[in-house]
Every structure is written in structure tokens, then in C-alpha cells.
Design a binder for this molecule. Structure first.
Ligand SMILES: Nc1ncnc2c1ncn2[C@@H]1O[C@H](COP(=O)(O)OP(=O)(O)O)[C@@H](O)[C@H]1O
Ligand SMILES: O=C(OP(=O)(O)O)[C@H](O)COP(=O)(O)O
Length: 405
């Protein structure tokens, strides 16, 4: 993979930087700016070298049309503070506003364009539709334009800005992608055992799919701890009542297969034994600890319980390599933060024993910081959850493939 220095002299050239600025928001307030801080060095380097820097990124999952809830405007303001230089914000992505913002850039100046996913072409499964949107992005750059792929958290997406644009212009990997890949390479090629993977979060359908391949690359004696939103599909597959918890009804058979495959391959698949269940998705909805096998029909599980936290910690006690993606519960609300805190503490303990620990994912990284853990408590905090997982699965990641070509 070529990197920033391979771009040569960028002074006066328009460089499109694909960053992952998908930060958690409370209304318009950014609750964790980790991805902005992680993206800043590449943008600064290019600006210092005199490039005209055009940053593109997504926020949330809007449906291919503008949605004020997902505007990148607050991100532009924070990016400017982090960079310590002005950031011109364009209120569209490839329209008149974007063209004007790019034309207005002098050497060493930075613009951020509006959310890529306000355009249906960005995420389209149709090659031609995605290609047309990629062409529109490339048209912003002029003849000597270049592309820097630095949005590690999105490299697993076959999206126009990730996969199609680099096929059309000179392209290199940014410093963040370079650094992330280096750590994950170490995790996969020099895996000291015991090796434990902890999965949680809310992107349940994405992550259930991951388990399939993960079981293929994990070895006998490795452990897979399952918390977060996906655990209920496992409990249900085992025949337990899960009340109103998150459930992928159509994945029950698949998950039954995972349980069986884990058993056959000797990978220990560990599920929670107790759950913090509430009457509604709210902090004050009477949270109670209930057995994992008996979640009341009128309640939903919002965290793993204290016994499960201790169980997971015990499974991590002798780990030499740990990868964790996805909070154990709805950590944003204190009554449901205990499971995530317990796992974070177990990883921190493993780090101090000399294990290689990696936390991946926008929300997982935000969670450990929100719960007061120092970044040095972990070997590496990755900006990508799904991206890291797919890398660990041994999959070809479209965004890396395009950068390597
Ligand atoms: N039991 C649960 N029910 C609903 N949401 C959950 C549950 N457990 C965790 N979550 C939510 O998962 C979200 C993070 O999931 P995800 O985006 O998959 O993680 P990451 O960004 O680290 O990859 C958090 O906002 C958290 O509130
Ligand atoms: O937040 C992200 O991924 P993650 O939650 O797996 O870390 C990335 O920005 C990708 O977003 P997406 O999962 O909506 O494509």
C-alpha cells in the first residue's frame, strides 16, 4: 500500500481525503471526538504540505437523501478546533456549494463536504450508480487531484468514496489506515494464546455474520464472549424467553449453527448468565437483574448482569491477546454501563499483565473513554469496529483492496 510520502509534491493540488468522522452525537453535541482527533494528523500533514484539502465523510445511516439530523456541520466546527485552522463547510457533497467550497480553497486550506450518505450513489449496490457518484466526487478535484484513504472505520464498506474513487485517481493510504492495519496485522499473524474475542454492540445483523467467519479462523481453546444486542438471538436460539430485547428472528437457525460449530471446533462460546432488564429503553425504567434464561416477557435486556461481568472477566484473566468490539450494554445510560465497565477493566488488567489488547469501534472507543479509562489501559484503540472484525475474519476489505491496486 502506498502512503502519504508516495504522493510526492502536493502543493497546490486538490487532495480528497476520505475520513471516518462518524462520531456519536447527543442532538448536535459531539459526545466523543475520538474519530475526529484520529483523523486530524493526516489532514494537517497535507495542509502543511500546501495541498488544497477536501475532506469527505459519512455520519450515521441516512437513507440516501439529506436529513438534517445527520449533518456534518457540528463535525466541521470540531474539526476546525482540533486542527487549529479554519474548515470551510459545504452544505452539499457534489453540488454547487461543494464546487464553490473547493474552488475557494487556497494552498494549505481545508474544506469538509456534507455527509456522503445524503447521496444514494454513495452506498448503492449498483456499480453504475456508485460509479456515477464517484465520478462526481472526482470532478471536484481537477486534473492533478489525488485521493487519500484514511477512513479506517469504513474500509469494509464497498461504497463510492471508499472503493470507487481510488480506482479513478492516484491514491494512497493515510497515516491512520496505515497505523490501524499495522496493529491488526500483528494481532492476526503473531497471535499469542489464549486468544479471546469479545463481541457486543447493536449492529446485530452485521456482527452475527462476522461470527461465522471468525469461528473459521479461531482455534481450539480460543474464546468468544458474546454480550450486547446480539446475545438475545443466542439465548432465544437456546430456547429461552428474551422478552422485548433486540432479536434477529430470521437468524435463529444460523445462530444455532454457530453454537454447534463452536462446540465442534473447540472454541469456547461464552454467553451471559444474568441480564439487566428494564421495562423500556430508558435509564429510569425499573432496571432489574434477571437470570439470562428467564427474561420477563414485558422487559428488554439492556446490559449483561454483574455475574456475567465477573464471568467474562474470569475468561479474560489469562488472555495474551484480546480483541473487543461492541459495548456489552447501553453504556450511555449509567444503569446499563456495568457490563461494559467490567469488560473494559478486565482488558485494562490484561494490558498491565503484558497482553496485547485491542478495542475497536466508534462506540466501543467512546465507551471506554466515557467510563474514565485512560487510553494507555489498552494496547490499541481502533477507530473501526466492523472494519477490524472483517480484517480479523481474513476478508478482503474493499477500501484496502482499492488502495493496494
Ligand atoms: N442490549 C442492547 N440493546 C440495545 N442496544 C445495545 C445493547 N447493548 C449495547 N447496545 C448499544 O450498542 C451501541 C454500539 O454498537 P455498535 O455500533 O455495534 O458498536 P461499535 O461502534 O463499537 O462498533 C451502543 O450505542 C449501545 O448503546
Ligand atoms: O461506525 C462505524 O462502524 P463501527 O460501528 O463498526 O465502528 C463506521 O463509521 C461505519 O459505519 P456503518 O456501519 O454505518 O457503515
Amino acid at each position: 500500500m502506498k502512503t502519504l510520502n508516495d504522493l510526492g509534491d502536493v502543493r497546490g493540488r486538490t487532495v480528497l481525503v476520505r475520513s471516518d468522522l462518524n462520531v456519536p452525537l447527543d442532538g448536535t453535541r459531539i459526545t466523543d471526538d475520538g474519530r475526529i482527533r484520529a483523523s486530524a494528523p493526516t489532514i494537517s500533514t497535507l495542509a502543511e504540505r500546501g495541498a488544497r484539502v477536501v475532506v469527505v465523510a459519512h455520519l450515521g445511516r441516512p437513507k440516501g437523501a439529506p436529513d438534517p439530523k445527520y449533518t456534518l456541520a457540528p463535525v466541521a466546527a470540531r474539526l476546525s478546533e482540533v486542527l487549529g485552522r479554519p474548515v470551510a463547510f459545504a452544505t452539499d457533497t457534489v453540488g454547487q456549494e461543494a464546487r464553490a467550497a473547493v474552488e475557494g480553497l487556497g494552498e494549505g486550506e481545508v474544506a469538509l463536504l456534507e455527509n456522503l450518505r445524503f447521496n444514494a450513489g454513495e452506498t448503492s449496490k449498483d456499480d453504475a450508480e456508485r460509479g456515477a457518484f464517484a465520478d462526481a466526487l472526482v470532478a471536484l478535484l481537477g486534473a492533478d487531484g489525488a485521493y487519500v484513504g484514511d477512513g479506517f472505520g469504513a474500509v469494509h464498506r464497498k461504497h463510492a468514496s471508499v472503493y470507487d474513487v481510488p480506482q479513478r485517481v492516484p491514491h494512497v493510504a493515510g497515516g491512520l489506515v496505515e497505523a490501524e492495519v499495522e496493529v491488526l496485522k500483528r494481532l492476526t499473524t503473531q497471535t499469542e494464546r489464549p486468544y479471546v474475542v469479545v463481541l457486543g454492540g447493536s449492529k446485530v445483523s452485521d456482527k452475527l455474520g462476522v461470527i461465522d467467519n471468525l469461528l473459521g479462523v479461531m482455534q481450539s481453546g480460543d474464546k468468544l464472549l458474546v454480550g450486547g444486542g446480539m446475545l438475545f438471538t443466542f439465548l432465544k436460539a437456546q430456547g429461552h424467553e428474551v422478552g422485548k430485547s433486540l432479536l434477529e428472528e430470521d437468524q435463529l437457525e444460523t445462530v444455532t449453527g454457530y453454537l454447534q460449530r463452536a462446540q465442534e471446533s473447540g472454541v469456547e462460546l461464552v454467553l451471559p448468565v444474568d441480564i439487566v432488564a428494564a421495562t423500556a429503553f430508558a435509564a429510569d425504567a425499573d432496571p432489574q437483574v434477571v437470570p439470562a434464561q428467564a427474561i420477563p416477557a414485558d422487559r428488554l435486556g439492556l446490559d449483561i448482569g454483574p455475574e456475567s461481568g465477573a464471568l467474562f472477566a474470569s475468561k479474560l484473566a489469562d488472555a495474551r491477546t484480546v480483541f473487543w468490539n461492541g459495548p456489552m450494554g447501553v453504556f450511555e445510560m449509567e444503569p446499563y454501563a456495568g457490563g461494559t465497565r467490567a469488560v473494559a477493566q478486565a482488558l485494562a488488567d490484561a494490558t498491565s499483565r503484558g497482553a496485547l489488547t485491542v478495542v475497536g469501534g466508534g462506540d466501543s472507543a467512546a465507551a471506554v473513554r466515557a467510563l474514565g479509562f485512560d487510553e494507555s489501559s489498552f494496547g490499541h484503540i481502533s477507530t473501526g469496529g466492523g472494519a477490524s472484525l472483517e480484517y480479523l475474519e481474513g476478508k478482503t476489505l474493499p477500501g484496502l483492496q482499492a488502495l493496494e491496486a
